[in-house]
Design a protein around this ligand. Structure first.
Ligand code: WTA
Length: 655
């Protein structure tokens, strides 16, 4: 670590507030026996094998773990089906008439699907996929808003063993095309549009642009979300079909679930890495479902009578694991909301909590910081007494936001679980267990039972408590990703080479305090975390240099009160190009169009040159020092230190 990214955390380790589990909460909690940690530590495989009873297996496994570092297989020889576990088995019980998905559209429309309803829809959607020629192993790309057809089609894919790849609806046509091409999807499922802050996101138009460059896609299914009268779209004869027409062509209501190998690919989800090309994180069947089911049950203390609301978008891993697969695997009621938190007003979430009687609420620190800025009067307008547990995920949460969340949303009575995990980890790995763990605001506390996190130095040695280092995981866990789609070398090089093939390198920095609690400090690599969304600096830089006015660009993350990090881009225009405000606006727009609106840079700074080492590496850390007003770090390796003076002055002038 060249700089001290750990520096900022020092103050936090002095946090002294502690919140032990309330007695009545602990007494009723799904897990309240502290011996669970020791049991899992002594015999992790035995622990997971016992936990695997949570699922219904068609065929029992022969071996719990086959570990040929870095490659892993879990529940070898076992067979099961994810949609069977999430739907079929529940309709054989009293849960048949229980709400599985409680969906609310942004305009205020609603759909509630019981497990029986979901069973019918998933079966018919699976038959529809088969009618369209999708077979076990074929990839299905999904580009939908947060509507019920999204979980329905994901479960339908899992039913026939066709791995899905969901692309967040906020991504651009380019980003969609890259992802479709990387996994060579045969079918694309999209919609005419989706609602966001009262406007319409033109998903079909975006998809049409993407489809100009995606030879693998044979058929496109279009859900009519917005309606022809409001937002007509083009349908291409022979390729495109409306969801309702394709469903009407289905005969029968039952599609037998494929009995799939425990290691059969369940989904591919793209995430940002340190290079420009997004990484296709591959998750498989048995281990993934077990990991998300068990963590849902223990971390969120989810019970049959609860209403659970996770505010993520299913386009991200949080939605996959903790709106859909985890909750449904254990037969829970999961609330799904289509739109923005401030539409029609800034109390939309609290309105949902009150009207639906939500008991467990899971959101991101960036959202909590927005709630704080909007003010406590919005939650105060509503009766939030149904809430009994709160969770956060996506970025480090500052203790003040944590305490505000506990007080103003949780009424001072709800435990707050700060859950650390990643697209790659599939499931929550570092987290409190709310019936057992004494909480410290700002800390994700400790490894889930069976998980062995550690903090190591550059040589891979564990560091003493209080010292920062690389956050690593030292033993495989069932829900971990198995590879990067089509790029096993990158899997090994990015995650399992720095400290050898048995140690998973998360890319985050962390520290343990005197109590052994983990404090996550954020990414140590060139990955930004903007409002909880992962973006690679290289991705952003290539988007910038793809504009004809740009010669070179360097992108950094700058601390931001609400977003966690904001995107600042230092841009060298091509010879003869005037660096105007107009051009800055155009470049911001260009990045938003190339990747998606979440990637729009907050600030563009023009500079005649970028600070570089003699080997031509851009020194981003010096740019960060300038942007965050720090004393400049070591500049001796620069070719021309005067470059920095110029950038500094320009920076100061534009602030
Ligand atoms: C960050 C989201 C601190 C971290 C589930 C990680 C967190 C990245 C936390 C993964 C947390 C996630 N505290 N940081 N509780 N949870 N992160 O893949 O930097 O979108 O590496 O998965 O988010 O983001 P991803």
């Amino acid at each position: 670590m060249s700089t001290d990214p750990m520096g900022t955390i020092t103050g936090l380790l002095t946090e002294t507030r502690r919140y032990p589990p309330p007695e009545d909460f602990a007494a009723q909690a799904n897990i309240n026996d502290p011996a669970v940690y020791e049991r899992a530590r002594k015999d992790p495989e035995g622990f997971w094998a016992e936990a695997a009873e949570l699922l219904d297996w068609d065929q029992r496994w022969e071996k719990v773990l086959d570990w040929n570092p870095p490659w892993v297989k879990w529940f070898v020889g076992g067979k099961l089906n994810v949609s069977y576990n999430c739907v079929d088995r529940h309709i054989k019980t009293w849960r048949r008439n229980k709400a599985a998905l409680v969906w609310e559209g942004e305009p205020g429309d609603e759909r509630i699907l019981t497990y029986q309803d979901l069973y019918r829809e998933v079966n018919r959607a699976a038959l529809m996929l088969k009618n369209l020629g999708v077979q076990t192993g074929d990839r299905v790309a999904i580009y939908l808003p947060m509507i019920p057809e999204l979980p329905i089609i994901m479960l339908a894919c899992s039913r026939i063993g066709a791995p899905h790849s969901v692309v967040f609806g906020g991504f651009s046509p380019n980003a969609l095309a890259d992802r479709i091409n990387d996994c060579e999807a045969k079918v694309l499922i999209t919609a005419d549009g989706g609602y966001r802050r009262g406007g319409i996101v033109p998903l079909k138009e975006n998809a049409d642009k993407a489809l100009e460059q995606t030879p693998s896609v044979e058929r496109v299914v279009v859900v009519e979300r917005v309606g022809r009268d409001k937002h007509p779209v083009q349908m291409r004869e022979g390729r495109d079909i409306w969801w309702h027409d394709a469903m009407a062509q289905v005969s029968g209501n039952y599609c037998p679930p494929e009995s799939l190998d425990s290691e059969h690919p369940l989904f591919i989800l793209y995430t940002s890495g340190t290079t420009g090309k997004p990484k296709g994180v591959l998750h498989t069947t048995g281990g993934y479902l077990l990991g998300v089911a068990l963590t849902t049950k223990w971390v969120f203390d989810l019970k049959d009578e609860d209403v659970y609301f996770c505010t993520a978008d299913i386009g991200w891993v949080t939605g996959h694991s903790y709106i859909l697969y985890g909750p449904l695997a254990i037969g829970a009621t999961s609330v799904m909301y289509e739109g923005a938190p401030d539409w029609p007003d800034k109390d939309r979430f609290w309105d949902i909590v009150e009207r639906r009687g939500v008991n467990i609420f899971y959101t991101a620190p960036t959202a909590i910081r927005s709630f704080m800025r909007w003010g406590p009067e919005y939650p105060a307008k509503h009766d939030l007494s149904s809430l009994r547990l709160l969770g956060t995920v996506g970025e480090p949460i500052n203790p003040e936001a944590w305490v505000w969340y506990r007080e103003h949303i949780g009424g001072g009575r709800c435990p707050v679980v700060d859950t650390w995990w990643q697209t790659e980890t599939g499931m929550i790995l570092i987290t409190p267990l709310p019936g057992l763990t004494t909480l410290t605001p700002g800390s994700a506390t400790r490894g889930f039972p069976g998980i062995e996190p550690d903090i190591v130095d550059e040589q891979g040695n564990s560091v003493p408590r209080g010292q920062g280092g690389y956050l690593v995981i030292k033993r495989p866990w069932p829900a971990m990703f198995r590879t990067l789609w089509g790029d096993p070398d990158r899997y090994v090089n990015s995650y399992f080479s720095k400290f050898g093939p048995t140690v998973y390198v998360s890319g985050d920095g962390a520290k343990q305090d005197e109590d052994g609690d983990f404090w996550i400090m954020g990414r140590l690599d060139d990955v930004l975390n903007v409002s909880g969304h992962r973006l690679g600096t290289m991705e952003l830089e290539s988007a910038l240099v793809s504009h004809p006015a740009v010669a070179e660009a360097a992108v950094i993350g700058v601390s931001h009160e609400i977003k966690g990090q904001a995107i600042a881009a230092f841009v060298t225009p091509r010879a003869g190009v005037e660096p105007t405000d107009e051009l800055a606006r155009e470049l911001r727009q260009h990045v938003a169009e190339t990747i998606g609106p979440i990637a729009r840079p907050d600030r563009i700074y023009f500079t005649a040159e970028l600070p570089k080492t003699r080997s031509a590496k851009i020194m981003r850390r010096l740019l960060r020092d300038i942007a965050e007003g720090r004393v400049l770090g070591d500049t001796t390796t620069l070719t021309d230190p005067s470059v920095l003076e110029e950038i500094k002055q320009r920076y100061a002038a534009s602030e």
